[in-house]
Design a protein around this ligand. Structure first.
Ligand code: SER
Length: 624
C-alpha cells in the first residue's frame, strides 16, 4: 500500500460515513495574524468548532499540508518532520466519542489491516477541572483493546489545544482531552536511556503515535476557568507519513515513498549512504527541510529576514551547511536543486504541486538564496575555525557578515562542543537593530518595526488601546497580534462583532483621557506566576522562563465603575506581559514635535474583521 492508497482510503472511508471532503487550507494562512503557518487541520476550522455553521455541513474530512516551525529542532530522528500531511476528520457538534473511536479503529484494523496486538491507545487521566475520560476507556475496551494496552496520561500528553495544556491556553482558545493510538514496532528493543520502562509515549522509537482524536469541548475563559462549548466537537488528526511507515512495519518514516527519492538524491550528491549517517541525522534534516522549503516556495514565500521568509531562509541555509559537511561540495547548489526537483517529482499533481509549471520558480528561488549564502559559507566556516571562544558578538557577526542564521551558528558550535548564549546574541542584535534596519519582528516577536521614539509612543498607546477595548467591550477582548511602524499602530483582537461608532468613540476618549492624565509607566520583573496573580494580561501561551517583564500604566489608578473589565491589576490602569520599550509617562504620546510642540491625540482610523472572531484596528497620532 502506498501513501496515495492510504490517503484515498481514508478520505473514502469517512465520505462513506457521511463526511464531505473539503479543500485543504493554504499552508500560509491569509488573514490570520495569530500564526505564520497552517500547522494542523483544525486551524482553518476554529470558527466552526466555536459554533458557526460550515457550508459543507457538520461532518468534514480532508488531508491538510501542515508546517510546524516549532519542530525544526526535533527533526533528525525516525519520526519528526516540519512539513507533513495531516489526515483529518471533524464532527462539528454532531457525532462524538462513541462513533469516532470505533471508526478510527475500524479504519486501522480493517481498511489498513494493522494487527490489533501491536496497537496501543491512551486516554486523559483527568485533572482538577476535567474528569478522567472513562467513556473513551470503556469504548476502547468494548472494541477488544486489552486493558494493558490502554494508558492514561495527564494534560502534557492527552490534552490538545493549539497552545498546549490548559495553563498555556489564552482566553478564548478551544481544546479538550484527547485519545491517541500508537503502533508498537516489535523488532525494536527499548532504549534504557529513555527510562526504565517503555510505554506508548516513550521517546525511544519503539512506539509511534499514528492518530489523535481530540474532543474539543472547552473554551478557556479570561478568569482562567474552562467553559463547556455549546457543541461537543471531534477533531481528529493523523500523520499520513507515519501511517504509511506503519503499514510497511518500517520504524523510519524517511524510508517511505514520500521520502525515498529525496534521500537517494541526497546520497547521490553527497557520496554518502543514508545507512552510514542515519544515526547522526543530517540526511533526515536535509530531506525534511528541502521538502518544506519547496512547499513554502510554491506558497509564495520568499527568503528574507522576516516572518515566513526567515523560516524559509533557515531551512535552505541549514540544508546547505549539512550538504556541505556531508561532502556535497563547497557550493551545495547542484545538490539542493536536485533535491528540490525530487520533491516536485514525488508530489507532482498533489497538494498544489505542478512540476512543469513550478520547477522554474523553485529552481530560481533556491539558486538565488544558495548563491547568496554560498559566497559566504566558506569564508564563514574558515572564520569559525579560527575562533576559540564564541560569544554573542561573534554570533552576531556571523549573522550579519556571513548570513549564518543564529541556529546554524549554534549548531556549528554544538558540533565543536561549545554552547552559545542566545541572550548575548539578542543583545548584540538589539544594539544593531536601529542601525541596520534589517531586524525581523518575526524573529524575536514584539511586532515593533524599531525602537525609535515614535514607535515607542505607539507601543504604549497599544497597551492603552488593549485595556480601553476591554473596558468598552468586555474581557473577551484579547490581543491576537500587533504591528507598529512609525506611521501607525495596528492591533488585532478577539471580538466577534463590528464595533459601533459609539464604541469606537468611547475607546478613543478613554485612551486620550489616559494620555491627558500623564500616567507613569512602570516596568517590573517578576515570576510568571506572580504576574498572573497580579492579573497582568498577555500572551499566556508563550514559554516563559523564571522571570518575565510586565509593564504597568498608571499606578494607584482608580478603576472606572462603568468599565466592563473590572479586574484589579495590582492597582494599575493597564498591566501587561511585555518586553517593552515604553514611554515613561503617557503624556508624551500626545506631543507632536513640529519645531514647536503641538498637541495631538489618538484616532482610530480603521476597524475591520480579518477572520472569524478577530478584528483589526489601525490608529494614528493626529493633531488635535
Ligand atoms: N488538532 C489535533 C492535532 O493537531 C488533531 O487533529 O494533533
Amino acid at each position: 500500500m502506498t501513501s496515495k492508497d492510504i490517503r484515498d482510503k481514508y478520505i473514502k472511508f469517512f465520505v462513506d460515513k457521511g463526511h464531505k471532503e473539503i479543500a485543504p487550507a493554504k499552508l500560509v494562512p491569509e488573514n490570520d495574524s495569530s500564526t505564520l503557518f497552517t500547522s494542523s487541520g483544525m486551524q482553518p476550522l476554529v470558527a466552526y468548532l466555536l459554533g458557526e455553521n460550515h457550508p459543507a455541513g457538520k461532518r468534514l474530512v480532508d488531508s491538510q499540508p501542515s508546517f510546524r516551525a516549532e519542530d525544526i529542532e526535533e527533526v533528525g530522528d525516525n519520526r519528526h518532520t516540519t512539513f507533513f500531511e495531516m489526515l483529518g476528520n471533524w464532527s462539528l457538534g454532531d457525532y462524538f466519542k462513541k462513533d469516532q473511536l470505533p471508526w478510527f479503529w475500524e479504519f486501522l484494523t480493517q481498511e489498513l489491516g494493522l494487527p490489533k496486538e501491536q496497537l496501543y491507545v491512551s486516554i486523559f487521566e483527568g485533572n482538577d477541572s476535567v474528569p478522567k475520560d472513562m467513556e473513551s476507556y470503556e469504548i476502547w475496551k468494548s472494541l477488544g483493546v486489552a486493558e494493558d494496552h490502554i494508558y492514561a496520561y495527564g494534560v502534557e500528553k492527552n490534552w490538545w489545544s493549539r497552545s498546549g495544556p490548559p495553563s498555556k491556553m489564552p482566553a478564548g482558545e478551544i481544546g479538550g482531552p484527547d485519545s491517541e493510538v500508537f503502533y508498537k514496532f516489535t523488532q525494536i528493543g527499548h532504549d534504557l536511556q529513555y527510562g526504565d520502562k517503555c510505554h506508548p509515549n516513550c521517546n525511544c522509537g519503539k512506539f509511534l503515535e499514528i492518530g489523535n482524536s481530540v474532543f474539543i469541548q472547552y473554551q478557556k475563559q479570561a478568569d482562567g476557568s474552562l467553559k463547556e462549548l455549546p457543541n461537543k466537537n471531534v477533531d481528529f488528526g493523523g500523520g499520513l507519513e507515519r501511517l504509511t511507515a506503519v503499514i510497511l512495519n518500517e520504524p523510519d518514516i524517511f524510508r517511505i515513498d514520500l521520502f525515498s527519492e529525496i534521500i537517494s538524491t541526497v546520497e547521490e550528491h553527497t557520496g554518502k549512504r543514508y545507512t552510514e549517517v542515519q544515526s547522526q541525522s543530517p540526511m533526515q534534516v536535509i530531506a525534511d527541510h528541502i521538502k518544506a522549503a519547496v512547499f513554502l516556495i510554491i506558497n509564495d514565500v520568499r527568503p528574507s529576514n522576516k516572518l515566513q521568509g526567515y523560516i524559509l531562509r533557515r531551512l535552505l541555509r541549514r540544508s546547505a551547511l549539512k550538504i556541505h559537511q556531508l561532502g556535497g561540495g563547497l557550493t551545495p547548489l547542484p545538490g539542493i536543486r536536485a533535491i528540490a526537483e525530487s520533491v516536485l517529482i514525488i508530489y507532482d499533481g498533489l497538494l498544489g504541486i505542478d512540476r512543469g509549471r513550478q520547477r522554474g520558480i523553485v529552481g530560481e528561488v533556491v539558486t538565488n538564496e544558495i548563491n547568496k549564502f554560498g559566497d559566504s559559507l566558506d569564508r564563514g566556516l574558515k572564520h569559525v575555525e579560527k575562533i576559540k571562544t564564541i560569544d554573542g558578538k561573534i554570533t552576531f557577526d556571523l549573522y550579519q557578515t556571513f548570513g549564518f542564521p543564529y541556529e546554524v551558528t549554534e549548531e556549528l558550535f554544538r558540533q565543536k562542543g561549545q554552547q552559545i548564549n542566545k541572550e548575548q546574541f539578542k543583545t548584540e542584535f538589539e544594539k544593531h537593530r536601529e542601525l541596520s534596519r534589517t531586524a525581523s519582528s518575526g524573529m524575536f516577536k514584539g511586532g515593533l518595526a524599531d525602537h525609535s521614539e515614535i514607535v515607542t509612543k505607539y507601543h504604549t498607546a497599544t497597551h492603552l488601546l488593549h485595556q480601553a477595548l476591554r473596558d468598552v467591550l468586555g474581557p473577551q477582548v484579547f490581543q491576537k497580534g500587533s504591528n507598529i511602524t512609525s506611521e501607525r499602530l495596528r492591533f488585532d483582537f478577539s471580538y466577534d462583532q463590528k464595533m459601533t461608532d459609539e464604541e469606537i468613540k468611547k475607546t478613543e476618549d478613554i485612551i486620550n483621557q489616559r494620555i491627558k492624565e500623564d500616567l507613569k509607566v512602570d516596568k517590573k520583573i517578576v515570576a510568571p506566576e506572580a504576574a498572573k496573580k497580579m492579573n497582568a494580561i498577555g500572551l499566556f501561551d508563550e514559554k516563559y522562563g523564571t522571570e518575565v517583564s510586565i509593564y504597568g500604566v498608571g499606578p494607584n489608578y482608580v478603576l472606572d465603575s462603568q468599565a466592563k473589565d473590572q479586574r484589579e491589576r495590582a492597582g494599575y490602569y493597564s498591566l501587561e506581559f511585555c518586553g517593552g520599550p515604553h514611554v515613561e509617562h503617557t503624556g508624551v504620546i500626545g506631543k507632536i514635535n513640529r519645531g514647536t510642540i503641538l498637541q495631538g491625540k489618538i484616532k482610530i482610523t480603521k476597524e475591520e474583521a480579518i477572520s472569524a472572531g478577530i478584528r483589526r484596528i489601525r490608529a494614528q497620532i493626529v493633531l488635535k
